[in-house]
Design a protein around this ligand. Structure first.
Ligand code: PMP
Ligand code: GLN
Length: 380
């Protein structure tokens, strides 16, 4: 057995969802919405399942989907893309794995910003490389140039960044993104830019992809996910966007991970992305209202809530809320005794500054939010 996996805990999301089911708790832990998916996209998947081929699609993705993804980013983010920039993967999770395997060699280092999405460090290690953590500090979670530069060594091969950021809900600003671009160019690094939350923007927040920064198109691997765009997290259709030469290498890593992704889901995502972008603004309004509802109710219940500008997550500061438990102890008590599942932030980071924070998912219907916050009030 590989000791990395023998010693590893089950993912916090799976753990909390199983505990929520076991205790009949409101699940505000694992990030998935309980509303908001477009029926037309579901219908397109059903039609394609019955009427189109269910045999292996091309490994890099159905041409219609690669075309639709390129067109979508051209309209939304002003990127000049062709289908050759796109490689379709089985979720962003596979895209992250393929990006790491395609970029690193044993002994290389990859810079990550912590708290970091839980798959980053284990995948980097499994790729034979070493994650170098740059710890972001609450409540600002800013990327500082000096801290990033201090993490760069002659072995650094890549910087992995997640913007907008799970679990903090932070949207890094243009200055922070410029810092990443400058350091990447100066040290000739690849940037793996996990942008799965690019469309879940709250209260009018604006997103700029790293790919758009001068000199970054040739060194950035942008990662997207239809699961987030269409609130269909179980679909596991993701992709990488990169310069065509790099896309060829990524495609070779991808071909030996999953080779391809369910063709009917690809067809449906292509349909959804080609339908114009009228759905984006109502989606953002709905998530913004949900954030405001949850943040307001948690404050009324005496919790200190950190700001969240994107994603459908917000963090609660337990210490500032007068709670004397660490995040793991609180999360366990909350799901077992108060009836609400949350995610302890230490699952995303070893650092001390995360030990008194928990993440809640607000991508929920009003009644789910209200029931969850009522349980949070009992947990206090
Ligand atoms: N990266 C981040 C930052 C995420 O939050 C998620 C899922 N929530 C993923 C990657 C994985 O996306 P997918 O479900 O498409 O594999
Ligand atoms: N990305 C989701 C979250 O942050 C969960 C994904 C998963 O369960 N692997 O909650």
């Amino acid at each position: 057995m590989n000791p990395l996996y023998e010693q590893m805990k089950t993912s916090v999301f799976e753990r909390m969802s199983l505990l929520a089911a076991k205790h009949g708790a409101v699940n505000l832990g694992q990030g998935f919405p309980d509303f908001g998916w477009p029926d037309e996209v579901l219908e397109a998947a059903t039609r394609a399942l019955i009427e189109a081929s269910n045999q292996y699609p091309p490994s890099r993705g159905l041409p219609a989907l690669r075309e639709a993804i390129a067109g979508h980013y051209e309209r939304q983010q002003g990127l000049d893309l062709k289908p050759d920039h796109v490689c379709v993967t089985s979720g962003a999770t596979e895209a992250l794995g393929a990006a790491i395997l395609a970029t690193v060699e044993p002994g290389d280092e990859v810079v990550i910003f912590t708290p970091a999405y839980d798959s980053y460090a284990p995948m980097i290690r499994r790729g034979g490389a070493v994650p170098r953590e740059v710890a972001l500090q609450p409540p600002g979670w800013r990327i500082e140039r000096d801290a990033l530069k201090a993490a760069i060594t002659p072995r650094t091969r890549a910087i992995m960044v997640n913007n907008p950021h799970n679990p903090t809900g932070r949207l890094f600003d243009l200055q922070e993104l410029q810092t990443i671009a400058d350091v990447a160019r100066e040290h000739d690094l690849i940037v793996i830019s996990d942008e799965v939350w690019e469309h879940v923007l709250l209260g009018g927040a604006q997103f700029t992809p790293l790919f758009a920064f001068p000199g970054m198109a040739e060194r950035t691997i942008k990662i997207g996910s239809a699961g987030k765009i269409f609130s269909l997290t179980g679909w596991k259709v993701g992709w990488t966007i990169s310069a065509p030469a790099l896309a060829g290498v990524l495609a070779r890593a991808h071909q030996f991970l999953t080779f391809a992704t369910a063709p009917n889901l690809q067809t449906a995502v292509a349909f959804g992305l080609s339908e114009g972008d009228d759905w984006l603004s109502p989606m953002r309004d709905r998530f913004t209202r949900a954030r405001n509802r949850m943040a307001g109710a948690l404050s009324d219940a005496g919790y200190v809530v950190l700001p969240s500008a994107a994603t459908y997550f917000l963090c609660v500061d337990l210490k500032a809320s007068g709670i004397d438990l660490d995040d793991e102890a609180f999360a366990t008590a909350a799901v077992e005794r108060a009836g609400v599942a949350v995610v302890p932030l230490s699952a995303f980071a070893e650092q001390e500054s995360s030990r008194h924070l928990v993440r809640l998912c607000f991508g929920k219907r009003d009644e789910t939010i209200d029931a969850g916050v009522a349980a949070m009030a009992r947990a206090k």
